[in-house]
Design a protein around this ligand. Structure first.
Ligand code: 5GP
Length: 215
């Protein structure tokens, strides 16, 4: 069929789209907008040893596994990255993501700079790293002061955590300032669209171009 030979109908390899920011810069909002509006991107489902909570579904929110199974997966190098958080283990399993990438599915990661470094070390060609900055330090302070009852030292601790995260801005491919949420979302989407068009990701190009070169 004619439409199958157009470049935009070609097969492409998916990508791992990482969004990081200090808390208060709008990363969670932007992530939600991407997941709601773009059908080709989804969240990766992590494995965890923590008990399932009411309302959670195994295989949807997490893959709930026992400690022995988690240890086996670590030993077998089945995770892109893993960490212990509040006494439980969490990891990003490779198998499902690898299969999805081959089929042209994109995965969104809402993770900090340490997780970003680990993912990037494992798979540089598939990873796209985006960092979101707040428009000013005053605005960040305002966004982190959500309750009038917050003690000054609580706000101060949040600000210090945010500054520590910001100091890793130079470990990212793209940096977007979130002055206005819709404008920031548009810029993040432009990055995603351009990265999808990278020659190396357009795996159907070889056959397509070969067809163009024929008489
Ligand atoms: P929760 O148990 O409340 O769902 O998540 C607790 C924490 O674990 C959150 O901070 C979350 O970001 C982190 N987490 C969830 N999945 C992963 C993962 O695959 N890798 C890492 N490093 N942290 C994760």
């Amino acid at each position: 069929m004619a439409s199958d030979t157009r470049p935009n109908a070609l097969l492409r390899r998916g990508l791992m789209f990482i969004l990081s920011s200090p808390s208060g810069a709008g990363k969670t909002t932007i992530s939600r907008m991407l997941l709601d509006r773009d059908p080709e991107i989804s969240l990766s489902v992590s494995a965890t040893t923590r008990p399932i909570r009411p309302g959670e579904v195994d295989g949807v929110h997490y893959h709930f596994v026992g400690e022995a199974e988690f240890d086996r997966m670590v030993e077998a190098d089945e995770f892109y990255e893993w960490a212990t958080v509040f006494g439980h283990s969490y990891g990003t399993p490779k198998a499902q993501i690898r299969a999805g990438l081959k089929e042209g599915r994109d995965y969104l990661f809402d993770i900090d700079w340490q997780g970003t470094q680990q993912l990037y070390q494992k798979d540089q060609q598939d990873v796209v790293r985006v960092f979101i900055l707040p428009p000013s330090i005053e605005e960040l302070r305002r966004r982190l002061t959500d309750r009038a009852t917050d003690a000054p030292e609580v706000i101060q601790a949040r600000m210090e955590r945010a500054r520590a995260e910001i100091s890793h801005w130079d470990g990212y491919d793209y940096v977007v300032v979130n002055d206005d949420v819709e404008a920031c979302y548009d810029q993040v989407l432009e990055i995603l669209h351009a990265e999808r068009m990278k020659r190396a990701r357009q795996t159907g190009l070889i056959g397509f171009v070969r067809g163009l070169m024929k008489d």
